[in-house]
Design a protein around this ligand. Structure first.
Ligand code: PSU
Ligand code: MN
Length: 307
């Protein structure tokens, strides 16, 4: 779909036109999710990982109120260094557009823009969901997953969330939760959660076929692919639980709500874990970029430039 709000880079426009594999990447992780300088390094490495796997990365963000798909390196630097970027979910697009602002797109925001451009595969870290601190704080990410036909590769929902409630919501909305080479729903920093996925699939090719069948029966919801982070970077659930509880209690005491809650929890958990959770977060993001590229190649009409 063409509209006056989105602007793909030449590289992304060309790949889309040719039907070559493209992977959308979010940018809230750059503007609000990770500290400097790791945020810029991660943004560059996500793109590099996708490229090395033979797909085209499309990092999505707003610059001067334009929805941009595919950023140049100076633009990535600008996004990662700015003090005043918005966190853009569905609610916030019009604000950023009319006020000509810069902003990082959340999972929901990235899905909206990627869908407008016809991109089918997207890699993130962990999706938002139902918060523990308040059952009314439900991420727009869940609404986007319910209504956008796209493969979203993540390491599960962030462990700071109410995971059973998040899975119930996804079930109600008809979003399959696929475990990549696992039967268990991964919990972001940990490989284990004690909760089940709705289907296990063991190869990118199987995931591409699954998505075609899901949309082939007329459904418009996303396929959520959960990819456990590598063993060497994972932190056992028992080690994360007390840290998450402490961060969550501090959020309640300091009355942190709304959009500020997720960034607050992520940064407190990183401090309390002595940086261990930050390492895990970076490792899982790269792991997801790599799997998303493999899936995109299996979804693409033309699988390589040479074909
Ligand atoms: N994954 C990460 N770090 C992040 C996020 C995901 O590894 O910071 C972001 C995503 O952009 C997601 C957002 O959409 O956190 C969820 O925010 P909220 O709970 O306010 O909807
Ligand atoms: Mn929220």
């Amino acid at each position: 779909m063409k509209n006056t709000y989105t602007q793909p880079s030449l590289e992304v426009a060309r790949a889309l036109k040719l039907g070559a594999p493209v992977v959308a990447l979010e940018s809230t992780v750059v503007t609000h999710g990770l500290p400097r300088p790791q945020n810029l390094e991660l943004a560059r490495n996500m793109e590099k990982t996708v490229r090395e796997s033979g797909a085209t990365p499309a990092t999505i963000a707003l610059l001067d109120g334009k929805i941009r798909l595919g950023l140049s390196d100076p633009e990535l630097v600008r996004l990662s260094e700015s003090e005043s970027t918005l966190k853009i979910s569905h609610r916030d697009f019009a604000t950023a557009i009319v006020k000509k602002m810069d902003g990082g797109t959340t999972v929901a925001g990235t899905m909206l823009a990627a869908h407008m451009a016809g991109i089918k595969v997207f890699a993130t870290g962990g999706i938002g969901g139902v918060h523990k601190e308040s059952p009314f704080d439900i991420s727009t990410d869940l609404k986007a997953l319910a209504e956008t036909p796209m493969i979203v590769v993540c390491a599960g929902a962030k462990a700071i969330l109410d995971l059973p409630a998040t899975l119930e919501y996804l079930e109600t909305m008809g979003v399959p939760v696929v475990g990549y080479q696992t039967d268990e729903f991964p919990a972001f920093y940990s490989r284990e959660s004690g909760l089940n996925v709705s289907a296990r699939l063991d190869s990118p090719k199987d995931i591409a076929e699954f998505a075609k069948a899901h949309w082939g029966v007329g459904l418009q919801s996303a396929v959520l692919v959960t990819n456990p982070l590598p063993e060497t970077d994972s932190i056992p659930k028992s080690e994360m639980e007390p840290i998450i509880s402490k961060a969550s209690q501090e959020a309640v005491e300091q009355e942190i709500h709304g959009q500020a809650l997720t960034p607050f929890l992520l940064s407190r958990i990183s401090e309390l874990s002595g940086g261990k959770s930050l390492n895990a977060n970076i490792a899982l993001l790269l792991n997801n970029a790599s799997l998303a590229a493999e899936i995109a190649k299996n979804m693409a009409v033309r699988k390589t430039w040479a074909m």
